[in-house]
Design a protein around this ligand. Structure first.
Ligand code: AMP
Ligand code: MG
Length: 465
C-alpha cells in the first residue's frame, strides 16, 4: 500500500518569523525498525514507507520546517535554541478531530543546530519510543512515537561511532514555554500576540486572553507533574524549552522511572545540582509557568495590573499540584476520597520506603497482598503502618487502577538498546508488548517487573545528543 498522510498544516501558515523552511537531510539506507500501526490508524495514515520516515522523501502535502524557540536551560536563559535536530513535516487532524504534529527527530542539521550534527543515535530513539508509549499506556499526557527508522549511517558520539536513527514523533503541538520566551525577550510583540492567539485556538479555546491561557497551561502542567509523581517518573531536563503549552510530556532525553524510592533521586548525568530531582519537579513546573507568565505580561499596556493577575495565577499553582497529588496518591493507597487528613498516612509510607530503599512501583503494586512487607527490610515498621492503613478501609479496585505493575525500568531499556545495536529487536518488541497493559500485565512478563540487581543498576542516563 502506498503511503498517504492527510496533511492539514497550520503552523506553516504563520509568518516566517516562527520557523525556517527546510527539508530533512537524506540518509544512506533507511530501514524501518518500529512502526506504530494503532497510532497510524488514529492519524488517518495509510501504509508505511521507510524513505519518508527517514527524511529521504518529502511526502505530498508536507510543509517541512524547523521551529524557532528559546528557553531556560538549568535556570539560565539561552536566547536562541530551536529545532536543531528535528523537522516538523506538518499536521494532521486525527480521527477524534484533534490536530497533531508529525515531526522527524534526528533528521539532519538545521540553522538552529549550533554545534550539533542534527542527528540522533539509535539508543535515544528507541528509549523515547518505549518510554513515551509506556507513558501513554499509563494514561499520562505525552507525545507519541509513530516510527523508528535506522539511517544506515554512523553517528559520532563520546562512546565512538554509533548507529544513526530517526524517530517520528507525534504531538498535540510542539509549542513550548520557550516559543513564547523568544519573542517576548526580543520585544517582538506582534509575533507574541500571533503566537498567543494560535495557542489559545489550538489548545485552550475556552481561555480568555493571555492570562486565561496562562491559567489553562498552569492547570494542565499541574495535572501533568502530579501524574509523573504518581508513577515515579523523573523527566530529567525540565527546561522551559521542554515544557509544553498542551500539557503533554515532551523530550525523553535523560528521563527515568525510579526503582528504589528516594525523593532526591536524580538519573541525568548533566543534572549535577539535582535541580530536576524527583521531589523538585512540582517546584520546577511552577517556576516554568512563572517564565511563561513573564513572557505573556509583555502583551499588556498596563503591566502592573497584568503582573498582579499573572502572579496570582502562578501562586495558585502549588495548591493545584497538591490537590492532584493527593487525589493520585490517595488512589494509590485505595482512597478515592483522600483529604488533607490522609496526607500523613501517605507521607509515612513514603518515608518508610525512602529509609529502606523500597521499590516504588512494586511496593504500591503489592499493597494489600502478602508480599507487600517483603519490600521492606524493617517489616515491623511496615506492619505498624499497615494497621493504620487498614483502618481507613482501602478499596482494592481503586488501587488496581492507580498502581501500575510494570514500568520501563532503566536496566531493561539499556539491555534493549544493546540488543538493538547488535541487530536484535526482540527485547524491544517484548518490552512494548508488556508495557502496553501496565495495570494488568501477563505473568509471562514477571521478569520485567523485577528491580535491578546491584550489577544491573544503571546509575545515570545521558542526553540524546
Ligand atoms: P534537548 O536537550 O533535546 O531539549 O535539546 C536542546 C537543544 O539542543 C535543542 O535546540 C536541540 O535541537 C539541540 N540539540 C540537541 N541535540 C542536537 C544535535 N545532535 N544536533 C543539533 N542540535 C541538537
Ligand atoms: Mg528539547
Amino acid at each position: 500500500m502506498t503511503l498517504h498522510i492527510p496533511f492539514d498544516n497550520s503552523y506553516a501558515a504563520l509568518p516566517d518569523a516562527f520557523y525556517t523552511r527546510l527539508n530533512p537531510t537524506p540518509v544512506r539506507a533507511a530501514d524501518t525498525l518500529a512502526w506504530n500501526d494503532a497510532l497510524a490508524g488514529e492519524l488517518g495514515i495509510s501504509g508505511q514507507d521507510a524513505a519518508v520516515f527517514a527524511g529521504n522523501v518529502v511526502p505530498d502535502g508536507a510543509a517541512p520546517l524547523a521551529q524557532l524557540y528559546a528557553g531556560h536551560q538549568f535556570g539560565n536563559y539561552n536566547p536562541q535554541l530551536g529545532d536543531g535536530r528535528a523537522i516538523l513535516l506538518g499536521e494532521v487532524v486525527d480521527v477524534n478531530g484533534v490536530r497533531r504534529d508529525i515531526q522527524l527527530k534526528g533528521s539532519g542539521p538545521t540553522p538552529y543546530s549550533r554545534m550539533g550534527d542534527g542527528r540522533s543515535w539509535l539508543g535515544p530513539v528507541l528509549r523515547e519510543y518505549v518510554v513515551s508509549e509506556a507513558m501513554h499506556a499509563l494514561g499520562i499526557p505525552t507525545t507519541r512515537a509513530l516510527a523508528a527508522v535506522a539511517t544506515g549511517e554512523p553517528v559520532l558520539r563520546e562512546q565512538g561511532p554509533l548507529p544513526g536513527a530517526v524517530l517520528t514523533r507525534v504531538a498535540s503541538s510542539h509549542l513550548r514555554v520557550g516559543t513564547f520566551q523568544i519573542f517576548a525577550h526580543r520585544g517582538h510583540i506582534d509575533e507574541l500576540r500571533t503566537l498567543t492567539d494560535y495557542a489559545i485556538a489550538r489548545h485552550h479555546p475556552d481561555a480568555d486572553g493571555p492570562l486565561g491561557l496562562l491559567a489553562a497551561v498552569c492547570a494542565a502542567q499541574a495535572e501533568l507533574v502530579a501524574a509523573w509523581m504518581s508513577v515515579g517518573f523523573i523527566h530529567g531536563v525540565m527546561n522551559t524549552d521542554n515544557c509544553t503549552i498542551s500539557g503533554e510530556t515532551i523530550d525523553y532525553g535523560p528521563c527515568a522511572f525510579m526503582d528504589g524510592y528516594h525523593e532526591g533521586r536524580v538519573y541525568s548525568s548533566i543534572d549535577q545540582q539535582g535541580r530536576y530531582a524527583f521531589g523538585n519537579q512540582p517546584r520546577i513546573a511552577v517556576w516554568n509557568m512563572a517564565q511563561l507568565a513573564t513572557s505573556l505580561i509583555q502583551l499588556f499596556d498596563d503591566k502592573d495590573a497584568a503582573i498582579e493577575q499573572a502572579t496570582a495565577i502562578v501562586h495558585a499553582m502549588p495548591e493545584q499540584v497538591q490537590a492532584a497529588w493527593l487525589r493520585r496518591y490517595g488512589a494509590k493507597i485505595g482512597l478515592s476520597d483522600a483529604t488533607a487528613e490522609d496526607q500523613p498516612l501517605i507521607e509515612d509510607l513514603l518515608a518508610l520506603m525512602q529509609a529502606q530503599g523500597a521499590d516504588f512501583t512494586n511496593t504500591f503494586a503489592a499493597l494489600g497482598t502478602d508480599t507487600a512487607r517483603d519490600q521492606f527490610t524493617d517489616r515491623d515498621a511496615f506492619d505498624t503502618w499497615q494497621v493504620r492503613w487498614r483502618d481507613r478501609n482501602p478499596d482494592m479496585s481503586v488501587m488496581a487502577q492507580a498502581n501500575p505493575q510494570i514500568i520501563p525500568r532503566n536496566h531493561r531499556i539499556e539491555a534493549m538498546i544493546e540488543a538493538a545495536v547488535a541487530g536484535d529487536m526482540d527485547p524491544f518488541q517484548r518490552l512494548m508488548t508488556a508495557l502496553a497493559q501496565p495495570y494488568d500485565v501477563a505473568a509471562a512478563f514477571d521478569d520485567l517487573r523485577r528491580p535491578p540487581t546491584d550489577d544491573e543498576i544503571v546509575p545515570a542516563t545521558f542526553c540524546g545528543t
